[in-house]
Ligand binder design. Structure first.
Ligand SMILES: Cc1cc2nc3c(=O)[nH]c(=O)nc-3n(C[C@H](O)[C@H](O)[C@H](O)COP(=O)(O)OP(=O)(O)OC[C@H]3O[C@@H](n4cnc5c(N)ncnc54)[C@H](O)[C@@H]3O)c2cc1C
Length: 455
């Protein structure tokens, strides 16, 4: 055990806690029982890719789960039983050679399976396949009451299972996950790309692509104004069939070798993600995108995880760090998307990496983020004085529209809005109270969002 500073991917608001490296289920059970007996607070941590303070526990204990790295795949059925510390990248390297792929993948493969359960992560295919939880068969959970195996089909403790999906680690430590993988014939993606001159065009095209493609996403120019407001590049894809591959790729149709990673070696003294850089980057990105191109073959890593090609890119935001604002607004309120981009522009804030996708219906976990609608995500450097009041105002707009912000990206939401954005919060709290009456599992995120009586 050692004392360390922990931060999220946005590198803001680090806090100190005691680090415990979890070696296995029995070890997790012992550590949780000992810490609970001594009155300590605990939170599990994966690869620290949540943007805010979800995997931090100031003054308490952080359980590093990344050594839970077993992978047991049944190549006939595609059912994998994996340690919760296994990263999506590692799981892909083990299952793709047998023609199985992780069905729901976030925008980085550097997240653990435990972190994917705790945030109920989504990919570019939510409209077709739902969130990560849809492929789960069962999870093993170490809580203050011992070890439980829970799942969607289990008659015992369904509330605990659903409270753990998207429950941000607050119901216990996930130590093992059993999930169904998707059968694929190749590890390549057949991609259709088109650029659109404005936001209306972007939304129309995303909806149309969602009817034809399993995976769809739009990159939006968050700084374009006037007639170009919301111009975008929509990219959609499907797992490629072998006969679509070029001859060289056909020799190794299931290869998975993400490009060896260059990394930003250190944090510059000031953030380099500023208007003078983002504007020309956006102009170039839009100009170089094809007006329309279909049938392009990309590797799985290029299509799903392009940002992983540059390690530690979060350092580019400098010592102040950054936040990601991700919201979902119902399909009946597309105006919220435009209002958010406009409001940030009026406040002279500089959103980078602006991404728009569609979600299908949610799957029943009270704290899971995805619900049917538009989801917009924007990275924003911290430090600008207008940032906090502007985002507070946008929270009000999102909540009033029946939308919500994503807790896995959050580092700043006000507690009074949580129950409005997540109307089944009380149901989730009841399940958590039953599993962990003393609230041994706690995090900086939860202390910030819950009034003291609920912490
Ligand atoms: C570049 C980038 C792109 C991203 N794109 C997407 C995206 O497209 N879709 C999406 O949904 N998310 C996305 N994310 C967010 C990311 O998928 C989630 O935050 C995910 O939870 C991170 O997993 P992690 O292993 O890093 O967990 P951490 O960040 O370490 O922890 C996140 C939460 O999971 C809990 N947790 C971790 N391990 C366990 C465990 N074993 N048991 C119980 N709880 C646990 C922690 O307590 C914490 O609450 C992205 C993040 C980055 C940096």
């Amino acid at each position: 055990m050692s004392r360390q500073l922990f931060a999220g991917w946005g590198r803001a608001a680090p806090s100190a806690a005691s680090l415990h490296r979890i070696a296995g289920r029995d070890h997790a059970e012992r550590v949780v029982a000992d810490l609970a007996a001594s009155g300590g607070h605990v939170i599990a941590r994966g690869l620290g890719r949540s943007y805010g303070d979800a995997a931090q526990c100031s003054g308490g204990n952080v359980l590093d789960c990344t050594s839970l790295d077993s992978v047991d795949l049944d190549p006939a059925s595609g059912i994998a039983r994996v340690g919760a510390g296994v990263s999506i990248a590692h799981l892909l390297s083990r299952c793709l050679p047998f023609g199985w792929c992780v069905d729901v993948m976030p925008g980085t493969a550097q997240v653990t399976v435990g972190g994917a359960v705790a945030a109920d992560v989504h990919g570019k295919n939510h409209h077709a396949d739902g969130a990560f939880s849809r492929s789960l068969r069962s999870i093993e959970l170490v809580g203050t009451g011992g070890v439980r195996r829970v799942g969607p089909g289990e008659s015992e403790s369904p509330e605990l299972y659903w409270a753990t999906i998207g429950g941000m680690g607050l119901t216990g430590v996930v130590t093992e996950v059993t999930l169904q993988l998707r059968r694929v014939e190749t590890s390549f993606v057949e991609v259709e790309t088109a650029r659109t001159p404005d936001l209306d065009g972007c939304m129309a095209l995303l909806l149309e692509h969602a009817t034809r493609h399993r995976h769809s996403v739009a990159w939006v120019d968050g700084l374009a104004s006037g007639r170009s407001f919301g111009r975008s590049v929509v990219t959609s894809g499907d797992h490629a069939r072998p006969d679509a591959l070029p001859p060289r790729a056909r020799r190794h149709p299931l290869a998975y070798a993400p490009a060896s990673r260059l990394a930003v070696p250190l944090t510059p003294p000031f953030g380099v993600v500023r208007r003078e850089v983002v504007r020309p980057f956006n102009d170039l990105w839009y100009a170089k995108a094809p007006r329309h191109r279909a049938g392009e073959i990309q590797t799985l890593a290029t299509f799903f995880h392009p940002l992983d090609a540059l390690g530690s890119w979060n350092r580019l935001y400098g010592p102040s760090g950054f936040t990601q604002y991700q919201l979902v607004t119902p399909f009946s309120r597309p105006d919220v998307v435009a209002r958010v981009i406009e409001t940030l522009a009026r406040a002279r804030l500089v959103p980078s990496l602006v991404v728009l996708k569609t979600f299908g219906d949610g799957d029943g976990a009270p704290l899971s983020f995805p619900t049917a609608g538009w989801t917009l995500a924007l990275d924003l450097p911290l430090g600008a004085p207008d940032l906090a009041p502007t985002l507070d105002g946008l929270d009000g707009l999102v909540a009033a529209a029946g939308g919500r912000v994503y807790l896995a990206k959050d580092g700043r939401l006000r507690p009074e809005l949580v129950a409005t954005m997540y109307p089944r919060l009380a149901e989730w709290e009841a399940a958590r109270d039953e599993a962990d009456p003393g609230h041994v599992f706690s995090s900086d995120l939860w202390r910030r969002l819950a009034p003291p009586s609920r912490g």
